[in-house]
Design a protein around this ligand. Structure first.
Ligand code: HEM
Length: 454
C-alpha cells in the first residue's frame, strides 16, 4: 500500500513540473479523489494481494496453471481477512440511511438512500450497469486485444489506432464551422456527461508484475494497456522512435474481475462510476459528501456556494481555486508570452474535469452564479429559511433545470431532441433550422427545411 502511495505521489510530482504534457494531465484527471479514491484503492489492493498470493502459492505448490483460483489455494478465513483489510468488505456493505436528514425531500449528494428499496441504486462509486454482457479475452478480466495473436470470429483484430485513423482522423483544414449549431451544443454534451459518468483509472501507474511505469512501456502488462502505432501512423512523423500511446486500464469494482469469486458474485470485471447516475447537477454540487461540503460557503447562513476570494469578473463571481498544487492550469505565461504573467491554480467545482476546456469552465461558472442568484432570491421570499434549506431548495431547482422532462422547455429534453432529430433527419436531407420556443410558447422543433449536407 505504501508503494501505491509512492506511485501516486510521483504522479502528482510530474504535474507540478513546469512543463506538463497531455498524458500527465490525462493521468491526473482520471485519478479518483476522496471517497472514490478509497473505493478504487480497496479493489486495487485486493486484486494486487490476490495476484501476489496466487503467484506465490502456485510456486510453492509447483503448479503451472495460471487459471487456478486463489480460493483453491488460500484458506477462506485468510481471504476474508484480506477483503476486510483492503476495505473491500466495507465497500459491499449497505449504507445506513437512518441518520440521513430530509431524505423524503432532498437527494443525497452520493445518491445513496435516494431509493428506499435499493439503497445504492444509481449511487456514486458503484458499478456501471451494462446494456450488453461484456466480452473479455479470458472471459472475465483481460480486454480483447490484450493478446494480438488471439483470433476473434476467426480474424486477427486490427490495431485500434489503425481503426481510429481510418474512420476518425480529420485534418485541421477539413474542420468546418457547423452551419446550424453552436459550440454550446457540443459542450452541453460534455457538461451532461460530467453530471453522469466518471470512470477512474487504476490509481497505480506501474505494472503490478515488474513495476514498469506505464508511460515507459509498450508492453501489455496490467494496468498498462498501450495503444500501439501502425507503421503509417501520422504521429510517427513527429517522433519516429515512438511505438505507442500510453494507456491505463479503468479501475475494477471490488469483488469483480480477478477477485469476483471471493464474494460469491459474478467474476466478470466491472468498471466503477464515481458519479451518481441521476441528472442531479452533481457537476455543480459534487457527488460525495465531503466535496459537496467543501464547495459550500459556510461562513454565512445564506445557502450559497463558495466563490473565488482573490478574483472576480467585474463584480461577477468566479469559481474558487483548488488547493492542489499542480501546474496543470498554469499556462498564462506560455500562452500570453508574458514571462512574469501571474499564474493561477485550477478552478474547483463539483466535477474534477471543470478545467478541461474554457467553454466547460464557463458553464461551471454560469451555474455557480445561478445557484447564488437563486439562493439570494429564495432568501428574500423566505426570510425564515435556514442556510441549509436555502442551499437544498436551490440545488433542487438547479437539478430540475437539467432533468429529462415532459415539457420541451426543459434544457435536457431540448438537447436530446435536437441530437436525435438531427441524426434521424440527416439521411432525409432535412434538418432543424430553429430551436427554441415560439412566442406562443410551443416548441418550434417542427420547423424544418430542406438541407443538402456538404
Ligand atoms: C471539448 C473537448 C473535450 C475534451 C478535451 C475531452 C476530453 C476527454 C478525455 C481526456 C476523456 C478521458 C479519456 C480516457 O479515459 O482516456 C474524456 C472522456 C469522456 N468524454 Fe470527453 N472531452 C471533450 C468533449 C466531450 C464531449 C463534447 C462529450 C459528449 C458529448 C464528451 C463525453 C465524454 C465521455 C462520456 C467520457 C467518458 C467519461 C468517463 O466515464 O470517465 N467529451 N473526454
Amino acid at each position: 500500500m505504501q508503494i501505491t502511495s509512492l506511485y501516486v505521489n510521483r504522479s502528482l510530482a510530474r504535474v507540478r513540473r513546469d512543463i506538463v504534457n497531455p498524458s500527465d494531465i490525462l493521468r491526473l484527471m482520471k485519478q479518483p479523489v476522496g471517497i472514490s479514491r478509497s473505493a478504487v484503492r480497496a479493489s486495487d489492493y485486493m486484486d494486487h494481494a490476490i495476484q501476489l498470493l496466487q503467484k506465490r502459492s502456485l510456486q510453492e505448490h509447483s503448479i503451472h496453471k495460471r487459471s487456478i483460483n486463489a480460493t483453491d489455494l488460500i484458506a477462506e478465513d485468510d481471504l476474508q481477512t484480506i477483503a476486510d483489510l483492503t476495505g473491500c468488505t466495507a465497500r459491499l456493505r449497505s449504507p445506513s440511511c437512518k441518520t440521513t436528514p430530509n431524505l423524503e425531500r432532498f437527494r443525497t449528494p452520493t445518491g445513496e438512500c435516494n431509493n428506499q428499496k435499493n439503497l445504492r441504486l444509481g449511487a456514486s462509486n458503484t458499478p456501471f450497469t451494462r446494456l450488453l454482457p461484456p466480452k473479455y479475452q479470458d472471459g472475465f478480466s483481460l480486454p480483447i486485444g490484450w493478446d494480438p495473436q488471439k483470433k476473434i470470429n476467426n480474424y486477427l483484430l486490427p490495431l485500434v489506432r489503425k481503426v481510429s485513423n481510418r474512420i476518425l482522423s480529420t485534418s485541421n483544414e477539413d474542420v468546418e464551422s457547423d452551419p446550424l449549431f453552436t459550440h454550446l451544443v457540443t459542450i452541453f454534451g460534455q457538461w451532461t456527461d460530467h453530471d453522469l459518468t466518471f470512470t477512474p483509472h487504476v490509481p497505480v501507474i506501474r505494472s503490478f508484475n515488474d513495476g514498469i511505469d506505464c508511460t515507459d512501456t509498450c508492453d501489455m502488462t496490467e494496468p498498462c494497456f498501450p495503444i500501439l502505432f501502425p507503421k503509417d501512423d501520422p504521429r510517427l512523423l513527429m517522433n519516429p522512435e515512438s511505438k505507442c500511446i500510453p494507456f491505463f486500464r479503468s479501475a475494477a469494482v471490488c469483488g469483480s474481475g480477478n477477485t469476483g469469486f471471493l464474494f460469491g458474485g459474478r467474476a466478470v470485471r466491472q468498471q466503477i462510476n464515481t458519479l451518481t447516475a441521476f441528472i442531479d447537477s452533481g457537476q455543480v454540487y459534487g457527488s460525495d459528501a465531503s466535496l459537496a461540503k467543501n464547495l459550500r460557503d459556510l461562513t454565512s447562513d445564506e445557502g450559497l456556494l463558495r466563490v473565488n476570494s482573490m478574483y472576480n469578473d467585474n463584480g461577477r463571481e468566479l469559481l474558487p481555486f483548488t488547493t492542489m498544487i499542480s501546474k496543470e492550469c498554469t499556462n498564462r505565461a506560455r500562452i500570453t508570452h508574458i514571462k512574469d504573467a501571474q499564474e493561477v491554480p485550477c478552478f474547483l467545482a463539483g466535477d474534477a474535469r471543470a478545467n478541461e476546456n474554457i467553454a466547460l469552465s464557463s458553464l461551471h461558472t454560469l451555474l455557480l452564479r445561478e445557484h447564488n442568484r437563486l439562493a439570494r432570491a429564495l432568501a428574500k421570499l423566505n426570510p425564515l429559511w435556514s442556510g441549509e434549506r436555502l442551499y437544498q431548495e436551490t440545488r433542487k431547482i438547479i437539478g430540475g433545470y437539467f432533468q429529462v422532462g415532459a415539457t420541451p422547455t426543459q434544457i435536457y429534453f431540448k438537447f436530446v431532441t435536437l441530437i436525435i432529430l438531427t441524426v434521424w433527419l440527416f439521411p432525409l436531407h432535412l434538418s432543424v433550422i430553429t430551436f427554441g420556443s415560439t412566442s406562443a410558447g410551443d416548441s418550434s422543433l417542427t420547423k424544418l427545411r430542406k438541407w443538402d449536407p456538404p
